[in-house]
Write a protein that binds this ligand. Structure first.
Ligand code: F3S
Length: 425
């Protein structure tokens, strides 16, 4: 790998031990991938949390020990330096302000607060969300980034036109303090072209429609780059958020094109680079039904006891929608409802009275975590309903619960009645 003089100096230790270990990690990582050089990155989204029980032996030795082991893959303990480039904390395992609601371990919550203070003082912006693009981290087209979290990565590439591969905790940690990442994958223009043409033959408009389409497409293309043809309703941010999260759950989609909507292609031909697709796929009524059946395959009991909204973390528009559906109503006594949103949006939700409406109905607005990441559910949960294809994909496997997927209206109906009636497809 060719290194600049500045990179060689960092590797030789001239910028201190943490940057030396970070450069060593990035060079090994880049060489394993066949990258010929490192490139500058100006935006990192990763995790510096300490809330996982697995981190305990390291957290007891202090936050530098956590950083050295889990953000640099170093065998010794080095001091955590300031972030070199704009860096933020993604979602983690605990909503430290609502441990009594979620039943989280208070000791882990305290440790997490310590981590937030420690790494926050070193330049890690504590957004605590899987949707940093909703709360002030919006890289521009062509900007090289180092992001973790599949739903954020696909949004960063496809919707914003910024460039990132799916990084790990260690490579994001190393990128944050060096401002470098290996030049490979989606950082290179030639790897951003479409591979699969998806002919969409059904109306795709609601958030549920976008979740179903994403789930089907991800399952079929796996880590390919789909190009959607036949979209007649321009999707907004919450719909694209759901589409990408679904496609990166059933498959490994990190990039897609919707010509005329996403920024890197005005036409299908441009999205495909002027050549034919590797494969053409059709998405019609049958395929939509198939995606719905895959997503609901874990569920049989219609007695729902938990409603999960806000995966990926809800936009203020989604909180507003949920509040309007719940206004003046009362959630069934056997049902819990949790809605997850970035912490920074909870102020607006409070100010607009949405939190009060949801609380009065019997639900909770939470932040910083989600059931799949935090491994948290209300006690005794057996049957979940959610408007998120991603959550419906993961919860049965991770938490062993039955999970229904549908629209937000179906989920609120289940919250009020305790019964899953589901959508009319
Ligand atoms: Fe975010 Fe958790 Fe969903 S990380 S995308 S809310 S599974």
């Amino acid at each position: 790998m060719r290194l600049t003089d500045q990179e060689k100096a960092m590797l030789d230790g001239a910028a201190g031990p943490a940057k030396q270990r970070a450069m060593d990690l990035l060079v090994r990582y880049g060489e394993a991938l066949g990258a010929e050089r490192l490139i500058p990155v100006s935006n990192v989204a990763g995790t510096w949390n300490a809330s996982s029980p697995a981190l305990r032996p390291f957290a007891e030795k202090g936050m530098d020990a956590v950083f050295s082991k889990f953000n640099l893959d170093a065998d010794d303990v080095v001091e955590t330096p300031q972030a070199e480039v704009y860096t933020c904390q993604l979602i983690h395992g605990i909503d430290t302000r609502n441990v009594e609601v979620t039943g989280a371990n208070p000791e882990l919550a305290l440790r997490q607060q310590k981590a937030e203070k420690y790494f926050g003082a070193r330049g890690v912006q504590m957004f605590n969300t899987c949707t940093p693009y909703q709360v002030g981290n919006v890289p521009v087209r062509g900007e090289h980034c180092a992001w973790m979290e599949s739903s954020a990565v696909v949004y960063c590439n496809a919707v914003l036109g910024a460039r990132t591969n799916t990084e790990g905790r260690e490579s994001a940690g190393a990128a944050s303090i060096t401002g470098r990442i290996p030049d490979w994958g989606l950082h290179r223009a030639e790897n951003r072209l479409g591979t699969h043409q998806v002919e969409v033959r059904v109306n795709v408009d609601s958030m549920m429609d976008w979740g179903l389409l994403g789930y089907y497409v991800g399952e079929v293309v796996q880590d390919g780059i789909p190009v959607l043809d036949g979209i007649h309703h321009t999707p907004n941010m919450m719909k694209l958020k759901h589409f990408g999260a679904a496609a990166s759950s059933s498959g490994g989609v990190e990039m897609y094109h919707i010509p005329g909507v996403t920024p890197e292609a005005e036409s299908v031909a441009e999205a495909l680079g002027g050549g034919p697709p590797e494969e053409a796929i059709r998405y019609g009524v049958e395929e939509r039904r198939e995606a719905y059946e895959w997503l609901n395959s874990s569920a049989s009991s219609t007695n729902v006891d938990f409603i999960m909204l806000g995966c990926p973390h809800a936009s203020i528009e989604q909180i507003w929608i949920a509040a309007r559906l719940l206004d003046g109503k009362r959630i069934h006594e056997n049902v819990n409802l949790w809605l997850f949103t970035p912490r920074a949006l909870t102020d607006t939700a409070e100010l607009n009275g949405y939190t009060a409406i949801i609380r009065k109905a019997g639900g909770h607005v939470l932040s910083d975590t989600c059931p799949a990441i935090g491994r948290i559910l209300p006690q005794g949960t057996k049957v979940v309903a959610t408007d998120s294809a991603k959550q419906a994909h993961y919860l049965p496997a991770i938490m062993g619960v039955e999970t229904w997927f549908g629209g937000v209206e179906d989920c609120i109906d289940a919250a009020l009645t305790g019964r899953w009636r589901g959508p009319i497809l």
